[in-house]
Write a protein that binds this ligand. Structure first.
Ligand code: GLN
Length: 483
């Protein structure tokens, strides 16, 4: 059962081949068996089985949706009423949210069964899941390697079949990068497509939640349930949500794919490049036209992002002060001591580094030199996407420069870690949607292909991903030991 997609499981649930309770129990057993992956921070066995029972009743009554009775898991950045929400931090180790994030509410209403909360980099800052207070997650394809970050628990859980699908969030690549390194399908929607209400903020102008699944069809089903206007999120966009499944099989004849030469130059591992070339040839066979394009400002994405994201995070994380939210130190002597020790003890090293960088960039003497400059660069990057996407329908490229690297390999060198975001970050600065789909392997580790589209073109991206998955089987591969 655990190897089936949402679409297949929905059929099995309807025909009575198995119940949601049986399905949920099977996943709970797998989670227990594969605990060493460290994919989950919290497993909600009891409430999962209760939700599964309710789903079985709903299935029997005939008013079920496609997600009804499907075991899923939530990244631990989404607030869940009555269930601990840690954001991967000691700061929130004891935090129980009094309400659900909109995404959680929507998936619950669809009848999805939440198995638990998934491990992640602390406050979603990281590219390897090694900054989590709860320890690193292991990549099911090679358990000495990282799963990518920050949604590393989501990537590992879906690849290892410890959940049928999962939520992720992506500020600079955190859905696409773990999807690529774990060999699954991940979609970062257009900024504003999915509500951020109840999703703990990292960098609010970049953060976006989305689905992490085993196939494009499953991503369509999950996004359908997650997307839509939410009056509780002032940046959520009020435009209709299309039927994401209806166009999955549309022809790719005449599709114009742009390959930015800046994406295929120095820095890209040659074996990864080889896998991507083969994937692009497959698209040629499906009727697409390939065109080389240039996006000259892409090289500025990392420096701009690593000013803007820390600046926003330094403001967002000021609420964790031991009074309003979060960990409080033992026996403070006065208010300053309370603030400094609570924050000093509650946050990890990378989070502190970001707060320091952000506070510096926003301070009076440096604001124009760093923050305003970075905002101007952001505008130039958006223009690059606008120009490119007026010439071609979609842009393709790598997701990561290499396959999954070893646990411990880059954590001591922040700059090297930041460079692993080189192909994903610009997309968030522009706000356009992008996917990562499994495109092959090198050295036994998965490689992701990135597909980037115009604002609100998620349906087109899903169609392009689905057609590829109809003629390839990379997305069906199962890591050894997780069959
Ligand atoms: N790796 C990037 C960072 O650390 C992106 C993280 C994310 O998308 N949440 O900021």
């Amino acid at each position: 059962m655990h190897n089936k997609t949402i679409a297949d499981l929905a059929k099995g649930l309807r025909s009575g081949e198995f119940s949601s309770v049986e399905l949920t129990q099977a996943f709970l057993d797998r989670i227990k068996r594969h605990q060493y992956l460290n994919a989950y921070i919290t497993v909600t066995d009891e409430s999962a089985l209760q939700a599964a029972k309710a789903a079985d009743l709903r299935l029997a009554s005939g008013d079920a949706e496609l997600l009804t009775g499907i075991p899923i898991a939530q990244k631990d950045i989404f607030c869940t009423q009555g269930v601990k929400t840690t954001c991967g931090s000691k700061m929130l180790d004891n935090f129980i949210a009094p309400y659900n994030a909109t995404v959680v509410d929507k998936l619950n209403h669809a009848g999805a069964v939440m198995l638990g909360k998934l491990n992640m980099d602390e406050f979603a800052m990281g590219s390897s899941n090694e900054t989590s207070f709860y320890g690193p997650v292991r990549n099911p394809w090679n358990t000495d390697s990282v799963p990518g970050g920050s949604s590393g628990g989501s990537g590992a859980a879906v690849a290892a079949r410890l959940a049928v699908c999962a939520t992720g969030t992506d500020t600079g690549g955190s859905i696409r990068q773990p999807a690529a390194l774990c060999g699954i399908t991940g979609l970062k929607p257009t900024y504003g497509r999915v509500s951020r209400y109840g999703m703990i903020a990292y960098a609010s102008s970049l953060d976006q939640g989305g689905p992490m699944t085993r196939s494009a069809e499953d991503a369509a089903i999950m996004l359908q349930a997650m997307a839509g206007f939410d009056e509780k999120d002032s940046t959520s966009v009020d435009c209709p949500v299309p039927d994401y499944r209806s166009g999955l099989n549309n022809s790719l004849e005449g599709l114009k794919i742009g390959l930015p030469k800046e994406f295929f130059g120095e820095g890209l591992n040659s074996d990864v490049a080889g896998v991507l070339e083969a994937a692009i040839s497959e698209y040629r066979r499906l009727g697409a036209e390939i065109k080389e394009i240039s996006m000259p400002n892409l090289k500025l994405a990392i420096p701009a992002y690593y000013v803007i994201a820390p600046a926003e995070c330094s403001a967002n994380l000021s609420r964790f002060d031991g009074v309003r939210f979060g960990y409080r130190c033992d026996s403070p002597v006065d208010l300053t001591d309370l603030y400094t020790r609570s924050r000093g003890e509650g946050f990890g090293k990378e989070v502190k580094r970001r707060i320091l960088m952000g506070t510096y960039a926003l301070s009076a003497g440096y604001y124009d030199a760093y923050y305003i400059k970075a905002q101007k660069v952001r505008r130039l990057i958006s223009e690059d996407f606008k120009n490119a996407l007026s010439e071609v329908d979609v842009i393709m490229g790598p997701v990561t420069p290499t396959t999954a690297f070893g646990i411990g390999e880059k954590i001591g060198n922040p700059i090297e870690m930041y460079l692993s975001d080189i192909y994903t970050i610009a997309i968030n600065l522009a706000g356009v949607p992008a996917m990562s789909i499994p495109a092959g392997f090198t050295g036994g580790k998965p490689v992701g292909l990135q597909i980037i589209g115009n604002y609100f073109a998620e349906d087109r991206l899903l169609n392009i991903a689905h057609r590829y998955q109809q003629v390839t089987d990379w997305h069906l591969q199962i890591p050894n030991g997780f069959e």
